[in-house]
Design a protein around this ligand. Structure first.
Ligand code: HPA
Length: 285
């Protein structure tokens, strides 16, 4: 073996952090991962510093319509935030570890709470498109895991506990914020499917049977690395459509983005309220 230094995951995270630090010394308290049609929230950050993913080493690029690819740092509702405007998905050809790499950088920059949002198909037949769902727990049906491979103890433990992956005290805070703002909010289990096909009706039946409430193609890799690194997680799904077979109508990405756009103001209001509550209730200390 030569004496060449090995480029570890830890080094790659540090390299991305160093690239951000060349642009700003802003230290975020909250990381926001903004899903399909929800990236506009990043434009509302105050005194923003925006960095294209292409300018950050090791950052994967997203190609899906409706996903911009940049990191935006700035304050909002009293919270210092770093937002991912756009994320990559495993179905684009990335490993779970690569898909979750940017989430590691948010946390390495300082974020101790990660708010992850997504568009999802509703498995509960009573939930109409536009419903917001607080994620209580997840089921991982992705065929790769973000922590697969050698563990680096500098990042986190080999076997992270997932008992309270979606922090119960933060779920209580979110429900309180939603109730006070009269924003209807359901709570349920998110199941991650590989995509990029939407589920078959038979798969939807299976997912309903195992007790899942919403199905999507993202989020779980980021949540796993957040728990690995000790960050607390809030997850919110926007139910953009009823999952395949429930109504019999064909699913389309246009329907997904149309619904996400329709509820965008409500969703952003909820995010705002959450950030304000995190700040005023001492959760960012
Ligand atoms: N299935 C999987 N992912 C999704 C869906 C769906 O029905 N809607 C939005 N993302």
């Amino acid at each position: 073996m030569s004496g060449e230094p090995v480029d570890t995951l830890y080094d790659r995270v540090q390299a991305a952090v160093t690239a951000v630090r060349k642009r700003t010394d802003f230290v975020p308290q909250v990381g926001l991962i903004l899903g399909s049609g929800l990236g506009g929230f990043a434009d509302s950050l105050e005194q923003p510093v925006a960095i294209d993913y292409g300018d950050l080493p090791h950052f994967p690029r997203s190609h899906v319509a409706g996903h911009k690819g940049r990191l935006v740092l700035g304050r909002r509702s009293g919270a210092a935030c770093v937002a991912m405007q756009g994320r990559v998905h495993m179905y684009e050809g990335h490993s779970a570890a690569v898909a979750a790499f940017p989430a590691r950088v948010l946390i390495a920059l300082g974020a101790k709470i990660v708010i992850v949002t997504n568009a999802a198909g509703g498995l509960n037949p009573w939930w109409s498109p536009g419903t917001l769902m607080l994620i209580r727990d997840h089921v991982d049906f992705l065929r790769d895991h973000a922590l697969r491979g050698p563990n680096d103890d500098r990042l986190g433990p080999r076997f992270p506990d997932m008992t309270t992956a979606y922090a119960p005290e933060l779920r209580a805070l979110v429900k309180d914020v939603a109730a006070k703002a009269s924003i209807p909010l359901q709570e349920g289990v998110y199941v991650a499917m590989p995509g990029p096909t939407y589920e078959t009706p038979a798969e939807v039946k299976m997912l309903q049977t195992i007790g899942a409430d919403a199905t999507g193609m993202s989020t779980v890799p980021e949540v796993c690395v957040a728990r690995h690194m000790g960050a607390r997680v809030i997850g919110i799904s926007c139910i953009t459509n009823q999952a395949a077979g429930i109504t019999g109508a064909a699913l389309s990405h246009d329907e997904v983005t149309e619904t996400a756009t329709r509820v965008r103001a409500t969703f952003e209001g909820l995010l705002d309220g959450i950030l304000a509550a995190l700040a005023t209730r001492g959760e960012l200390a």
